[in-house]
Every structure is written in structure tokens, then in C-alpha cells.
Write a protein that binds this ligand. Structure first.
Ligand SMILES: *Cc1c(COP(=O)(O)O)cnc(C)c1O
Length: 588
């Protein structure tokens, strides 16, 4: 691992969501799960949804699109007041938006009308926090006009406290919001379906039984993700605070004095540091810095570690008190504040991983599924080269058996003329264990239905998100395919890219991209990519690509497909590629 990584524990997020949703439900309140701090990471939204939230809230359009592409079919609310210029994009991607400007609501109405749809609108009321919202004097006029707009469905009203001004939700200010709902119903004879009371800062009021009955929705982010209410940032009962962990590696470990030697001027950020003399200490430098995280919001899980400071790329800590003593190369883990989490999830330098408990238990053997010439006579070629226990050959194996093996943490190898990527990938996604995909071959001859595109799409819950698909080794691409690849923003490495970047770097980038937010990857390998005579990869380059896959420990499915071997010579060559992906090394 070259840089820091953040690990996301979906099970904890799901359980936290369940705890919050349960509490709110007891008080007649529905919960919207807010995932803006994780940049709309689909796996996080899905965990919230399994925990019972009724919809997802996001503040940025890019993240809304990411959620949709990631297979979220639940209603998505756009939380940040929409920009006037983006009305068309908003009505086609979000079901609802929170609003405080009538000119924007009018533009949303026009855009929706043009498309024959209705866009849901929640009008925000400013109860004193001085962030978004109509001033109460203007609210009734706004409702009147909103009700008349043909492209708009008036969903209700809402408020947002404790964000800019730090105003605490109380019986009084929440009561005002409830009163406005009643006044609107009286004046216009219409039902105010949603009265959206606020965010995680409203939970103490709910738990105390003091939230006015008319408030029937909360939009909750931090309490679900970090297990804290946000008035005093206390742990919330029944939730875990450690669903996210940042890990960084010790890159220097030395005894040094605690006070710098020489005249003290400014540090890298223009600050004037002061130092307490604690004598000599064991100081660790970690490969994480202000470029990756808000270091003031990092809290070492080992309480014996004291953070001393940070620059762009280094975090310096006193680790003198750690027992057993730390070593160079050790990984330290940190809990994070909301702002630190926001930074690491946004940083391109921090790898995002999911906790995968299932990998440690169960049947982790490699299953060679189906009948293929490549699997014939395994003993002479297979040897003892495989990682992860004895291989198993199952010529008549079906999708259920494959899925079982993958769920248990094992790997599946398939081969044949046609790729099995669609059924395997879709089955894993539908089981809540999505795989990323690296499609290695000369052509993007990929079943785009897996992305939900074209005439034969897989159902939404079984989809692969375009951001988790990578094409590699392309050299024959049709015009329409190129257009599709561009439009869906599928990361692609042509032979030219491979030449420029090198095989290992290309593969590393592909693995990282495809695996983000997934339970490992499916690698589809079309042996036709290996054809240096016709501008393809050399055999050695194919081995290096496959060795990089093995080293990543991310491989869940290997699909050697696109054609059948012409003879035993091909078959034995392709088997050697297969073995490299499964962990065979030159020196083992
Ligand atoms: C971010 C946000 C929320 C969620 O806030 P948390 O403190 O994370 O619960 C709710 N509503 C709006 C409008 C937001 O912008």
C-alpha cells in the first residue's frame, strides 16, 4: 500500500441506521440517510437502506449521479439548494430537492414539465440558523406559487439548524416549523406531507420525547455514519462510532528530541509552532498528511499515541508509550471527526475499502466452474501453485454454487467462448456483495446490459456501476462503442496507454478504480489481447498483468473467455496466464 486507506464497515453502518430509524419510527418520524460525507459512495447508501432509511439525501449532483449509477433506486433528495443553471440535470436525477429560491423552483418546474415529469420540492424555512431557507414572512407566498407550478409536486417544508449558526433544535423552534405546516394546510386546503425537522442535531429532542408531533422526517448523516448526535457530539446510544477507520503506515521511526534545533520561524503552513520539551522520544512519521485528511480530526485508536503535528504529506506522532513497541512499516489506525472523514473520502490519494468479514471464514478454495478445455487434466499443470488451499473442479457447476463459493470468500475461475461476467457479477451485486470488473481484451465486447444500458438491462439491484468497470488493452474499438465508453465515463486503457504507463502501473490503476467500494474484482481475460505480432501485449506482459492481479489479493472471479484454445499449445499457454493470476510466482 503506497498511501493511506479508509476502511468502511457496512455492517456497522447498517446497524447504526437501524438504531436511528427505530428510534425515529417510535416517534412517528421517517429517516432519510445522508451520505454526502462519503461522496455518495453507493455501498454506504445501500447499507443505510438495508438499515431501514426511507430515502437517500445528497448535497451534490455528481454524487446523486454516482448513487444512481451504483444502483440506488430509492428516492434521492438533493439537500443543497440547487443552482439555477442545473435545473434540467436535477429533475432528471433527483426525485426531490430542498429549495429556498422561487426562481429556481420555477426553473425546476419548466425543466420537469418539458420532460413530462413532476419534481418534488421541499421549501426550507430559516428558523434562525441563517443558512438556507425562506424568511418566515415570505413563506406563504412561496407556497402559493409552488402549488400552482405544473412541473412541481409540493412535498412539504423543512428546516436545517446547527449547521452555520449552531442554533440548537428546541421544542420552540421545531414548534414554529410545525405551526407553519398547520397554517399552510389551513390557508391552502392542501396536505403538507413532509415536515422535515433537521439533521443529527435533532435526535436529543426526539429521544427526550419533546419533538412536536407534526415533525415527521429527519435527514440523518453523522449519527448513522459516526454514531454521534451533533449538539454535543456525544456517542449515540446503540450505535457504533467506529464504522470508518483510517490506516496509515509508519515510514520513519526514530528517537529524536522533542524540541527542534535552531531558530524557530514559520512552519509549512505559516503557523508559528511551539514545543514542550519532553526530552528524547520515539517519533513515527506516517504516510498521511493534510493533503489526505483534516489531521486535527484524527484520533489514534491506540491511546498511547500522541499526534505531534502534520505537514502536507507527513503526520508526526510520539509513539514512545506504545506496547509492544512499534516497528517501521506498522500500520496505525485512526478514528475520524466528520470533517476528517469528509476529507479522506474526497481525497484521491486515500484508498477506499470495504471490511470483508466473509473472507476470513468459510470455504476460500478456488472453484474451477464449468467444463472447459482449459480445465481438462488439471494435475500436470496445476501443481501446488495456488494460494488459498486445494482447488476444486466442478464441470457441472451452476451459478448458485459459484455464488456460494464467492460469498464464503473463495474464488471462482470460469473459461469458455462466452464471458460469464454478466451472470456472476449480477448475482454478486444482487446479493449485496458487488464486484468491480476489469475487462482485458482488444475490444470492449462487453455486455452493456450489466450497466443497465441498452435493450437487455439487468435489474437495478444487480447492476454494475460504470465507475467500477475498467477496459484494458483496447486496440479495436467501433465508433458506437467509443461513444458509449465516453458517455458512461468508463475508465479505459488502450494499448497506447499501456505502452506509456507500463503494464504494472496500468493494472494497479485499474484494480484500484474497479475495487473501490466493492468486494474484490472480476477479471475477464481475453487471450486475444496477447498478440504482440498484431499490436497486442507480449506473453510476458500478460503474466505481469496477472501477477499484479494476484498481488492485489482482490481477485474473486477470473473469466478466461472470448475464444476456445485452438490446440494444446494455446491451452497450455493460457493456463499459465491463469496460474499467474491465481498466485503462481516464478520463484515458487
Ligand atoms: C448535511 C445535511 C444533513 C445531515 O446532517 P448530519 O448532521 O450529518 O445529520 C441534513 N440536512 C441538510 C440540508 C444537510 O445539508
Amino acid at each position: 500500500m503506497a498511501g493511506p486507506s479508509v476502511t468502511v464497515d457496512e455492517a456497522k453502518i447498517e446497524a447504526n441506521a437501524r438504531a436511528i430509524v427505530g428510534l425515529c419510527a417510535e416517534h412517528g418520524i421517517e429517516t432519510i440517510g445522508v451520505c454526502k460525507v462519503v461522496c455518495g459512495m453507493p455501498a454506504v447508501a445501500k447499507a443505510m437502506i438495508r438499515g431501514g432509511v426511507r430515502g437517500v439525501g445528497e448535497s451534490r449532483l455528481e454524487n446523486v449521479l454516482r448513487l444512481r449509477a451504483g444502483g440506488i433506486v430509492e428516492p434521492i433528495s438533493l439537500l443543497r439548494i440547487p443552482p439555477l443553471s442545473a435545473a434540467a440535470d436535477i429533475v432528471t436525477s433527483a426525485d426531490l430537492s430542498l429549495n429556498s429560491e422561487m426562481s429556481v423552483v420555477r426553473a425546476l418546474s419548466l425543466a420537469a414539465e418539458e420532460r413530462g415529469i413532476r419534481h418534488g420540492v421541499v421549501l426550507m424555512v430559516d428558523l434562525g440558523d441563517l443558512r438556507e431557507g425562506f424568511w418566515p414572512d415570505d413563506l406563504m407566498e412561496a407556497v402559493r406559487e409552488t402549488l400552482e407550478l405544473p412541473g412541481i409536486r409540493f412535498q412539504g417544508i423543512g428546516a436545517n439548524l446547527a449547521c452555520y449558526g449552531g442554533v440548537i433544535p428546541t421544542e420552540k423552534n421545531m414548534g414554529e416549523l410545525a405551526d407553519w405546516a398547520a397554517r399552510i394546510e389551513d390557508a391552502f386546503g392542501t396536505k403538507v406531507e413532509t415536515v422535515s425537522g433537521g439533521n443529527s442535531s435533532a435526535l436529543p429532542l426526539v429521544a427526550a420525547g419533546k419533538m412536536p408531533a407534526r415533525i415527521n422526517q429527519l435527514r440523518i448523516g453523522e449519527a448513522i455514519l459516526l454514531g454521534r448526535e451533533t449538539v454535543r457530539r456525544q456517542p449515540w446510544p446503540g450505535t457504533a462510532q467506529d464504522a470508518f477507520a483510517l490506516a496509515a503506515e509508519i515510514i520513519e521511526l526514530k528517537r529524536k528530541p522533542s524540541v527542534p534545533i535552531g531558530e524557530i520561524g514559520q512552519d509549512a503552513f505559516g503557523g508559528r509552532p511551539v514545543f514542550a520539551d519532553k526530552g528524547e522520544m520515539l517519533r513515527a512519521i506516517l504516510n498521511v498528511g493534510r493533503e489526505d485528511a483534516d489531521v486535527d480530526g484524527l484520533f489514534p485508536r491506540d491511546r498511547n499515541i500522541v499526534i505531534l503535528g502534520a505537514s502536507s504529506d507527513h503526520l508526526i506522532a510520539d509513539v514512545t508509550a506504545c506496547r509492544p513497541p512499534l516497528a517501521l512499516g506498522d500500520e496505525l489506525t485512526f478514528d475520524m471527526s466528520y470533517s476528517a472523514l469528509l476529507a479522506v473520502m474526497t481525497s484521491a490519494y486515500v484508498e477506499k475499502r470495504l471490511v470483508d468479514d466473509r473472507r476470513r471464514v468459510g470455504d476460500t478454495r478456488t472453484l474451477f466452474a464449468g467444463a472447459s478445455k482449459l480445465f481438462a487434466d488439471p494435475q500436470p499443470w496445476l501443481g501446488a501453485a495456488l494460494q488459498g488451499g486445494e482447488p476444486e473442479f466442478s464441470p457441472a457447476c451452476g451459478i448458485v454454487e459459484c455464488l456460494e463459493r464467492m460469498r464464503a470468500g473463495g474464488r471462482v475461475v470460469v473459461a469458455g467462448a462466452t464471458a460469464r461476467a454478466r451472470e456472476l457479477c449480477a448475482a454478486m451485486a444482487a446479493a449485496g456483495l458487488p464486484l468491480g470488473m476489469i475487462w482485458i481484451g482488444p475490444e470492449p465486447d462487453f455486455d452493456f446490459g450489466l450497466l443497465g444500458v441498452g435493450s437487455d438491462p439487468v435489474p437495478p439491484e444487480a447492476r454494475l456501476s460504470p465507475e467500477q468497470l475498467v477496459f484494458l488493452g483496447l486496440r479495436n474499438v467501433g465508433k458506437e462503442q467509443a461513444e458509449l465508453v465516453r458517455r458512461l465515463r468508463i475508465e479505459s486503457y488502450t494499448m497506447e496507454d499501456v505502452d506509456v504507463l507500463g503494464v504494472r502501473e496500468t493494472m494497479r490503476r485499474a484494480l484500484r478504480r474497479a475495487a473501490t467500494g466493492c468486494r474484490g474484482v472480476l477479471v475477464r481475460f481475453d487471450p486475444a489481447v496477447a498478440d504482440r505480432g498484431r499490436d497486442g501485449l507480449t506473453d510476458r506482459e500478460c503474466h505481469l498483468a496477472m501477477e499484479t492481479v494476484a498481488a492485489s489479493d482482490l481477485l474473486r472471479v477470473l473469466d478466461v473467455s472470448g475464444r476456445e484454445p485452438a490446440g494444446e499449445r494455446d491451452a497450455s499457454r493460457w493456463r499459465r496466464f491463469m496460474l499467474s493470476a491465481l498466485g503462481k510466482r516464478i520463484l515458487t
